[in-house]
Design a binder for this molecule. Structure first.
Ligand SMILES: Cc1cc2nc3c(=O)[nH]c(=O)nc-3n(C[C@H](O)[C@H](O)[C@H](O)COP(=O)(O)OP(=O)(O)OC[C@H]3O[C@@H](n4cnc5c(N)ncnc54)[C@H](O)[C@@H]3O)c2cc1C
Length: 318
């Protein structure tokens, strides 16, 4: 119960402009940006990605922060940073793996222009990656439930154009099992997450145990013989070690080897687990955010674990 209230409170705080202005301008909360964010600039993101790869063998997906944008200047700034990071990743010899939210590139201002913006970023990823392989892509993050259909349509459009694209789907939603089956049919690359948003019981599983159960059901399909035949690429993004173990068991039972799928985790969350997993030979990627607009991302991370209430309290009173 407390977990749910805590998560809803932090989601509301993530979306509040007033809280954001306070948090991003206060020295007290700067500790939180240091924990979950690599720094202000593309260079800071690249540096963190290089260090992670050299020190631990962990790969990165770079994310320029700034979500739910309703200002054209900010949309332009977001796109500029996505293009810049793709270029810098290519020149650094790192995976060209860039994450975007559709609302960052103008969905709330004019949904009809989003496809054009996404095409430009996906083309930049393709160009920067050269012929260095299928591991490079533009990853579409999934936002609240109102964005499900537009984001899936955007993914399918870019994929139909032959551009390197991947899609995030959320196990808390009842529709997701069906969406996954469609993406398996298309031979896509899909990142499965539990979901960082809340929704009603008409469309979502509201009990954690049900979300977990649905995750297992979906993972079983993501590693099916059908998925393998269609060259589907599973990405399991979770800090839940039981779900990671279930993934590895399912993969092995169905003939998938380490490196034919990947795990993803978030910067600043259970880093010991990510390092241990990579040390076993699994392909592990960490989502590395950068930029000044860090509060919405950090607030969601804080909301994911009630124990983080202490972290927030400590940063406010120190
Ligand atoms: C790479 C990546 C990309 C993501 N992209 C999206 C997206 O596009 N859309 C979306 O809705 N969600 C996204 N998420 C967030 C996701 O939906 C979950 O909210 C988040 O990952 C927590 O769920 P979990 O599977 O880790 O399991 P949980 O059951 O929440 O946690 C498993 C264990 O990890 C610990 N843990 C989890 N999170 C934290 C934390 N922040 N701090 C401390 N401990 C923690 C828990 O306490 C628990 O012990 C993404 C997550 C990852 C890893």
């Amino acid at each position: 119960m407390f977990r749910k209230i805590w998560q809803k409170t932090m989601i509301a705080m993530a979306l509040s402009d007033r809280v954001k202005a306070f948090a991003q301008n206060s020295r007290a909360t700067s500790f939180l940006s240091g924990k979950y964010v690599s720094g202000d600039s593309p260079e800071a993101g690249i540096k963190r990605a290089q260090d992670l790869l050299e020190d631990t063998g962990i790969r990165s997906s770079l994310f320029y922060m700034g979500e739910y944008v309703d200002d054209w200047n900010l949309v332009a700034l977001n796109i500029e940073n996505k293009l810049e990071i793709a270029d810098q990743l290519g020149r650094s010899g790192l995976d060209v793996h860039v994450s975007i939210d559709p609302t960052q590139i103008g969905h709330h201002l004019d949904p009809t222009i989003v496809a054009g913006h996404a095409e430009n970023i996906a083309k930049a990823v393709q160009l920067a990656a050269g012929d260095s392989g299928e591991i490079n892509c533009l990853m579409l993050d999934m936002e609240d439930a109102s964005l499900n259909d537009p984001t899936i349509a955007l993914h399918n459009h870019l994929q139909n154009m032959g551009l390197p694209v991947a899609l995030t789907l959320q196990a808390y939603l009842k529709r997701t099992h069906g969406d996954i089956l469609e993406q398996i049919e298309r031979g896509s690359r899909v990142r499965l997450v539990k979901g960082a948003f809340a929704a009603g019981a008409d469309i979502a599983y509201t009990k954690r145990s049900d979300v977990k159960q649905n995750s297992r059901k979906i993972i079983a399909d993501m590693f099916s013989a059908e998925a393998r035949k269609n060259r589907f690429y599973p990405i399991i993004a979770t800090h839940d070690t039981a779900l990671q173990d279930f993934t590895i068991e399912t993969a092995r039972a169905n003939g998938w080897n380490a490196g034919e799928y990947e795990f993803e985790m978030l910067l600043g969350v259970r880093e010991d687990v990510a390092i241990a997993l990579a040390a076993t030979g699994e392909r592990v990627r960490v989502y590395v955010p950068f930029g000044r607009d860090w509060w919405p991302h950090a607030a969601r991370r804080i909301g994911e674990n009630p124990a983080n209430a202490l972290l927030l309290a400590r940063s406010l009173i120190s």
